[in-house]
Design a protein around this ligand. Structure first.
Ligand code: FMN
Length: 335
């Protein structure tokens, strides 16, 4: 999730929740192919996070192809194409959920991404990609050196798609049947239309329609939308016959959402908030443009529902360092 699932967040979620899959923030293929090396920040991960999937978005098939090769070189476990983002900045340019209305381009993007994975297997690397700058290629190659041998030598990684049930209204049968023709490894379906953005409720009935279509294929169908707990996730899997689910907002400030059995040794959410803050500083502290601001929203989420939550949240949302977070948590007797 953009602005949320960065390296420190994924590390914390995996460490305390052990979800089976994690996705990076979506990353723009045009930017990567135009030399925006700062975007590689989205592709930072560590070995603890497997299975870790790189999500990419854009509208230029040849760039998807080259970025898919980069994703393989970086050792990711999968490459996911975003066809679900409703944000104006994305959809108005023809990317994200706008692709639901442009199946011809969607098809070219899927085929190009699959070809990029094959290119990697055939020996192509970032340095051999026509639109990748030498500086970008060098950074990718440098990071690729820490990819474990067994990962670097494996066969093709899966290409998957994340999408919505429609643009103006649900067109699930048409759209999902179309996508299935290209045999993606998985389709993750958010049960809202683009027009709905995040309003109303996700339609799990529409997701069930897609799950039924996917059953006749080798594509895995993952449902997504409004899951507040692990028990609800299990119920949805059973009721709507999906192969699994993705949990988004339910994980904000709560990695334990993925875990069935809390253990007595589990740290409290405020202890995790401090660990997350330290990790955030450690990960990005040396960046030229570093600041603590993106960490503040997480702090607010960690104390959601606490007694005196508003006061604590206000204090945390003004913090500028992990040390300040620690001081506030001590002041409120939260660690
Ligand atoms: C802040 C935010 C950022 C998001 N960024 C992405 C993204 O980069 N890629 C993506 O596929 N979905 C993104 N989404 C959508 C979520 O993945 C998910 O489909 C949606 O929130 C519904 O699931 P939920 O109810 O479990 O949150 C984002 C959602 C939010 C709230």
């Amino acid at each position: 999730m953009d602005g949320v699932t960065d390296q420190p967040y994924r590390f914390i979620q995996k460490k305390y929740g052990q979800p089976d899959l994690l996705y990076t923030e979506f990353t723009n293929v045009e930017g990567l192919c135009h030399g925006a090396t700062q975007l590689l920040k989205d592709f930072i991960y560590d070995e603890s996070q497997r299975h870790i999937i790189a999500q990419i978005y854009g509208k230029t098939p040849k760039y998807f192809r080259q970025v898919a090769t980069i994703v393989c070189e970086l050792g990711f476990d999968g490459v996911d194409i975003n066809m679900g983002c409703p944000a104006k900045t994305v959809a108005s340019s023809g990317a994200g959920a706008a692709l639901i209305e442009n199946p011809e381009l969607a098809k070219e993007i899927i085929v190009a991404t699959q070809a990029g994975v094959t290119d990697f297997l055939n020996g192509k690397r970032a340095k051999d990609c026509e639109d990748i700058t030498p500086q970008m290629a060098a950074l990718v190659s440098q990071r690729a050196q820490s990819v474990p041998k067994e990962v670097a030598e494996r066969t093709a990684i899966p290409v998957s798609i994340k999408t919505r049930v429609g643009y103006h209204q649900p067109v699930t049968t048409e759209w999902i049947s179309f996508l299935l023709e290209f045999e993606p490894a998985a389709i993750a379906l958010h049960g809202r239309t683009l027009k709905q953005h995040y309003t109303g409720l996700a339609s799990w009935e529409e997701i069930a329609v897609a799950a039924e279509l996917a059953k006749k294929t080798n594509t895995i169908l993952l449902g997504n939308g409004d899951i507040p707990s692990l028990s609800d996730a299990k119920e949805k899997i059973a009721t709507y016959n999906v192969d699994g689910v993705l949990i988004g907002r339910g994980s904000f400030g709560n990695p334990y959402i993925f875990k069935s059995e809390p253990e007595s040794s589990d740290p409290s959410l405020t202890q995790i908030a401090l660990e997350h803050s330290l990790l955030f500083e450690e990960t990005y502290g040396k960046d030229e443009r570093y600041n603590f601001l993106p960490m503040r929203k997480h702090l607010g989420w960690y104390v959601k529902g606490f007694r005196d939550a508003k006061e604590i949240r206000i204090a945390l949302c003004q913090s500028n360092s992990a040390q300040e977070v620690k001081n506030i948590l001590i002041e409120y007797n939260l660690i």
